[in-house]
Design a protein. Structure first.
Length: 425
């Protein structure tokens, strides 16, 4: 066992785990008060559901030997059968398979959590947990096998996806769009104000994501080496450039530099550098970052033009950012890797994942909707899914008295929960 590499991968796994509660804060601050706890729970529930499934069959389907066509792993490691503390990756010197399995588990956890932002405010919690169990089983595990297992068909094709541009971000982004088309728009979409209730929470979440992403990206080297170092460096550079790109576009287009834009721009840069950071130099990382920031800033407005209600811009940030990073690596990769041939391979990888994920996710969402119902009732959505499904609210205003003006200091959507009126904070 290589002790240094093992420690590096275990620490990276812990950093990636931290990204899921970071995402919960990021998304939780972006929704209205009456949905804040539900948004946290939609992210955090993935930690429980996916962890159990990963042990039962997820690891085996993803990293087991291929059963044919590079599409899916076998069932040899059901329940992690055959793996012990002394089982190593890489032959005589490597890391324990348990360390690798833990690291990859955290990727499987955060991918469906990313989708949750697209469906904020309006789905039943029980239906969501069933949906993500089905989704990781039928969508994520096979796609991760395609991309990262040595006998997966995209791996053998030569598609570059160092840390998850296709398997994580394009997959979650297009899956979120498919689910949104089944579930439908929020009540009041494009009519009522649906502003973030806590921008400080958004910034906190973005900071935790940025921090954890060093484990996500550099840890994918699976060794404490130069590849991990350049990946970590490019992660920082691309994220910084994307924040500037987003804010510049926002200032030109809307006349202001917003806090939400800064946080969203950072996430867009993190997404875009994920597949490409180990294959480009720092100048390439700058280009990828600034392009992702500006283009994703533009892309988030498409939902109003095209009429799909992606609540927290999963499509505009993760699908578009993932496509930018996955395709640009074919143009900007160094050491003779880039070129039209590589660009073609990257396109095959990106669009095959998009097609499979969209179709299968739509079918799964439709199945859940037609059986137990995916959408919350109109009354529950209007009064707030926090009280409806969790019997709690994010903030306790009961101890607050009236304001000096005599007006209530309780936010309108909390007050509305008692009167069941259609209101928004």
């Amino acid at each position: 066992m290589n002790g240094a590499d093992t420690a590096f991968v275990l620490i990276s796994a812990a950093l990636v785990m931290l990204m899921t509660p970071g995402l919960a804060f990021f998304y939780g601050g972006m929704v209205r008060v009456k949905s804040a706890l539900n948004m946290l729970m939609m992210s955090m529930s993935a930690l429980a559901v996916v962890s159990v499934l990963w042990v039962l069959y997820g690891y085996s389907l993803t990293f087991g030997d291929d059963i044919g066509g590079g599409l899916l792993g076998n069932f040899d490691h059901i329940g992690l059968k055959g793996i012990t503390a002394d089982t190593l990756t890489g032959g005589k010197e490597g890391i324990p398979v348990f360390a690798f399995a833990l690291f990859q588990l955290m990727f499987a956890v955060i991918t469906p959590a990313l989708m949750s932002g697209a469906l904020a405010d309006r789905v039943k919690f029980s239906s969501w947990t069933l949906f993500i169990a089905l989704w990781v089983s039928v969508v994520y595990f096979p796609i991760a096998h395609w991309v990262w297992q040595s006998d997966g068909w995209l791996f053998k094709l030569g598609v570059i996806d160092f840390a998850g541009g296709t398997a994580v971000h394009i997959n979650a982004g297009i899956g979120g769009l498919a689910a949104v088309l089944v579930v439908g728009k929020r009540i009041g979409f494009k009519k009522d104000p649906m502003r973030p209730h806590s921008l400080p929470l958004v910034v906190l979440g973005a900071g935790l994501l940025w921090f954890g992403w060093f484990g996500f990206n550099a840890g994918s080297a699976l060794a404490a080496n130069g590849t991990a170092a350049i990946m970590a460096f490019n992660t920082q550079i691309a994220t910084a450039a994307a924040m500037i790109g987003w804010l510049a576009y926002e200032r030109i287009r809307h006349g202001a530099f917003t806090t939400l834009g800064a946080a969203s721009g950072a996430v867009a840069g993190l997404v875009a550098i994920t597949p490409s950071g180990a294959a480009v130099n720092p100048f390439g990382a700058l280009l990828i970052g600034v392009v992702a920031g500006a283009v994703c800033s533009w892309a988030v407005s498409l939902k109003y033009k095209l009429g799909y209600d992606d609540s927290l811009d999963v499509v505009g940030v993760h699908l578009v950012g993932g496509l930018i990073g996955t395709l640009l690596v074919g143009v900007l990769a160094i050491n003779g890797v880039g070129g039209l041939d590589q660009l073609g391979k990257q396109a095959v990888g990106a669009f095959s994942v998009m097609a499979y994920s969209f179709v299968v996710t739509w079918i799964l969402a439709k199945l859940v909707d037609k059986t137990i119902g995916f959408r919350a009732s109109e009354d529950d959505e209007t009064s707030g899914v926090d009280m409806a499904f969790h019997a709690e609210s994010a903030y306790d205003f009961s101890a607050l008295g009236g304001s000096p003006s005599g007006r209530s200091s309780v936010p309108a959507d909390i007050a509305g929960a008692a009167t069941n009126k259609k209101v928004d904070a």
